[in-house]
Design a protein around this ligand. Structure first.
Ligand code: BTN
Length: 230
């Protein structure tokens, strides 16, 4: 078999502590860093989550990483979710939270400037995090992979391989993979505008929800599902 040349992860900047790897990667992207540039940190002091939330992770127990992607497709958030779910053997809570045993073990935040042709793909993966490591308000909902701190680097290597593969797949393949790992199908979902039963993912990657007035499609950029989905 031919050797695979890895693009994601080179060059790599590893920081003992930083405010946010996404912030550092953004600055590198603006400065012209190449596709695949990786920023990792053992600890973040101001980790960013989706919808303006913060992301907390105990030092040295989670993968905290951001990748600079050049010419990203709109599918990056979903493809990244599939890659993380694959290496975590997890399910996907649309659009890209990864759950293991019903607990969130990873979060994904894609930020960028499409008009300038770049995005930053940020991933927090709780490799060696246990509920006891987390603030009380997260203990019921968040979890980890049940691995050890020594597993962080091997897990990063597997994750970069999975990302490289899934970011290169076509939309139909990615969407089928999301559907195959859909944690919400058949569940009641709630958002600011209403509630309904999740019935699948459409070909644009939107969540399909059956409501009293018919099936509607929710866009990840516009909708914030209530947490947890029940
Ligand atoms: C979410 O809200 O689920 C997304 C969380 C994304 C967290 C990761 S940790 C590494 C990277 N740097 C950040 O500041 N955020 C992302």
């Amino acid at each position: 078999m031919a050797a695979v040349t890895r693009v994601l992860g080179l060059p790599r900047l590893h920081l003992r502590v930083t405010a946010s790897t996404n912030e550092r990667a953004r600055a590198l992207a603006v400065g012209g860093a190449p596709h695949g540039t990786l920023v990792t940190a053992a600890e973040q002091t101001a980790g960013r989550g989706r919808q303006g939330r913060t992301w907390v992770g105990p030092p040295g127990r989670a993968l905290l990483l951001s990748l600079v992607l050049r010419d990203p497709t709109p599918l990056v958030p979903l493809a990244a979710g599939v890659a993380v779910a694959e290496i975590a053997s997890g399910a996907i809570k649309w659009p890209n939270d990864v759950l293991v045993g019903g607990r969130k073990v990873a979060g994904i935040l894609v930020e960028g400037r499409p008009q300038e042709g770049w995005a930053v793909l940020g991933i927090g993966l709780n490799v060696a995090v246990t509920p006891a490591d987390l603030p009380a308000e997260l203990r019921e909902r968040a979890g980890g992979l049940g691995l050890a701190p020594a597993d962080l680097e091997p897990t990063l290597d597997r994750l970069l391989g999975a990302l490289e593969s899934w970011l290169a797949h076509d939309a139909a393949t990615v969407l089928d993979a999301v559907r195959a790992r859909d944690a919400l199908e058949g569940r009641t979902v709630r958002w600011a505008g209403g509630a309904g039963r999740a019935v699948g993912i459409d070909d644009a990657g939107r969540l399909l929800v059956g409501t009293s007035s018919g099936t509607i499609a929710l866009d990840a950029g516009e909708v914030h599902l209530a947490d947890p989905a029940s």
